[in-house]
Design a protein around this ligand. Sequence first.
Ligand code: B4P
Length: 316
Amino acid sequence: MQTNFENKVTETYERALRRGELYFIESTIANITENDIEFEIRFAPSLAKKPTAEHTEESPTKHKVVDPFAPYSQELFVQEFEHHVILLNKFCVVPNHILVVTKEYEEQSNSLNQEDLATVWYCMMQIKSQNTIAFYNCGNNSGSSQPHKHVQVIPLPSDVRFSPPINAIIYKHQNKMPGEIFSFSELPYVHYVALLDPQQLSGHHGHNYKEIVSQYLTKNYLSLVNAMTEGFRASSLTGSFSYNFLMTHTWIMIVPRSSEKYEQISVNSLGFAGMLLVKREEELEFVKNVGLLRVLEGVAVSKDKDQLIDNIHISV
Ligand code: B4P
């Protein structure tokens, strides 16, 4: 049964689509298997025509970039919270793709805070008819195109066993202690994962539920951020860097980034969920030829020590 929130998302989506205020981008899925994981490559040719930045009409010569989230389109508005608004994604590849946007402008390179995670988790919990994944493209090399802080939540198909595809590896490590940080030998790039404790996330905390759960999520998110920061410090290099953060109902993952693109392929957080998006036939062929893990390794930080140093130099 759909919750009020889910109904509002669906109604707003259908109305905005009907009125031409939102674009559903048609795509096809190709699967490729590497290291026993069946990855998904989404091919969305019409996205290649999407403009990459919006400019103000009054001063086109100055190329002032418009913030699409302030003011946001009322047609895409779903719900307001104390610190956030929930909007529908104007250019979605899957229906009901929502954005959790800060009301006050904040940089997309900032860390997530407890309020961000509380709102994102609320949205994920309210979408009951499908599983969801939340993601945060943090920093210039993360695949983000909008600098106003926003976390995204997309519904996942319920009929696919490993959805998102990266679950194929995560399910092999269900014996890990919740909160323990680990990584997978199958993946060639630096990443940090932790399982979430179902007991901590259950609804048995009474009226303090939101506070307790968001504290728990923040603690786990920050421990991944700290593990990543320590990894960089261990190589005696400092500086801010970009990363992708992923969260499902059962695990969280962080992947430091060295660059936005590998050759022509731009990768955002969903690439590391095992769901890469490509916009041109040549890109699809390129990924199939070079290998998807090679593409991901190319935009992340290779586990290879020498490359780790090189990549960190690029990203600071
Ligand atoms: P960012 O964090 O800045 O970047 P992004 O998700 O990589 O999206 P990008 O804009 O680079 O789009 P792309 O063509 O690569 O997110 C900004 C968000 O704001 C995006 O969701 C964007 O669509 C949205 N937005 C922009 N203008 C808006 C407006 N005026 N009002 C409301 N929302 C606005 O990818 C296109 C879409 O496909 C993205 O949403 C992307 O997240 C999604 N996608 C990528 N891989 C996918 C996959 N495997 N499966 C399903 N969806 C996928």
